[in-house]
Design a protein. Structure first.
Length: 322
């Protein structure tokens, strides 16, 4: 049977504590797969997203010990979206797997994902959380609200509680790479390109070690980026608000003419001025965000800059040995 290569992409940011645990677990899973499916081969592509701890040193050691371990190290922190994109652009495999190093994406699902995709019935297999155990209730509430909102205002449906952990065919990877926008929202892109996807349900898993770099404000910004990347509905909101206030103004004018009384005092005027001013600032902010994203797109800056990979590191070692 012809050999098949599976590329496992792992974005990393300050993961020195969990990387040894991840390596042990991913090798346990993939070694079991190669025993069951002798035609399978694996490569492990780590993306160091400007980590400030010993993550890069650990990845260097891994690449020296095992040629299957590759890495790309950015010149600074460009974000997880850039990390996933870099992995997809530099993989060599017939299949691609994206998962986090913190073991919240259990590697034990990879064999099951491979079976669904390799059968030809699906182009992608991904995971869907059935619970949010261990996650703050406020964060869970806003996460659910985000999915409800974006699925109502966007033509692209994004399945709730899905993760970036997914197993994809090369055809789907190529479709994702054909979308070259600077402002990337991968959850939306995965849905937009289509393809047949199987959802594996699982209970939420907490980090194996280390601390998450995500917080409420980062997630809120990520949610707004997703809405603006896949919907123009916020722009229509400005029009709707304008119509509402126009109708309100006409109604108040008619009421004043009919009653023959003067306007209802300074407090009402101050309230209306503040309210209308707030709406104007909100609408201006929405327009500004769309303009800012357009500005970033037209500048055509690189989405990430590579400072080092395993080949560059080998050259450095050879140079100093001489």
């Amino acid at each position: 049977m012809e050999k098949e290569l599976i590329s496992i992409i792992v974005p990393c940011y300050n993961e020195q504590e969990v990387l040894p645990l991840f390596r042990e677990e991913i090798l346990r899973v993939t070694d079991g797969m190669t025993e069951k499916y002798p035609h399978l081969e694996f490569e492990f592509l780590f993306i160091n997203d400007g980590s400030r701890d010993a993550t890069l040193d650990i990845l260097r050691d891994y690449s020296q010990d095992d040629s299957r371990f590759r890495y790309i190290s950015f010149s600074r922190n460009f974000g997880k979206e850039a990390g996933m994109l870099a992995g997809l652009e530099h993989l060599r495999g017939d299949y691609a797997v994206i998962l986090d190093a913190d073991l919240q994406h259990p590697p034990e699902f990879i064999p099951q994902m491979y079976e669904y995709v390799s059968s030809g019935a699906y182009d992608c297999a991904t995971t869907k959380r059935t619970s949010r155990k261990g996650e703050p209730k406020l964060l869970s509430f806003f996460s659910k609200s985000f999915y409800r909102v974006i699925n109502k205002i966007s033509q692209t449906r994004i399945e709730e509680s899905t993760s970036d952990f997914r197993f994809m065919t090369r055809q789907m990877v190529d479709a994702i790479l054909s979308m070259q926008e600077y402002n990337r929202f991968s959850k939306g892109i995965f849905s937009w390109v289509g393809f047949r996807t199987y959802y594996i349900e699982y209970e939420n898993v907490e980090r194996a070690a280390g601390k998450t770099t995500w917080n409420f404000w980062k997630l809120l910004k990520y949610a707004f980026d997703g809405i603006m990347a896949f919907s123009t509905a916020p722009l229509y909101l400005s029009i709707i608000m304008g119509i509402i206030f126009l109708i309100l103004a006409i109604a108040m004018a008619i009421s004043t003419l009919i009653s023959g009384e003067a306007m209802w005092g300074t407090p009402l005027i101050v309230t209306l001025v503040c309210l209308i001013g707030g709406v104007q600032l909100f609408c201006t902010g929405v327009l500004g965000q769309y303009l800012a994203k357009t500005y970033m797109e037209v500048k055509k800056r690189p989405k990430y800059i590579i400072a080092e990979d395993e080949k560059i590191y080998q050259q450095i070692i050879k140079k100093y040995k001489k």
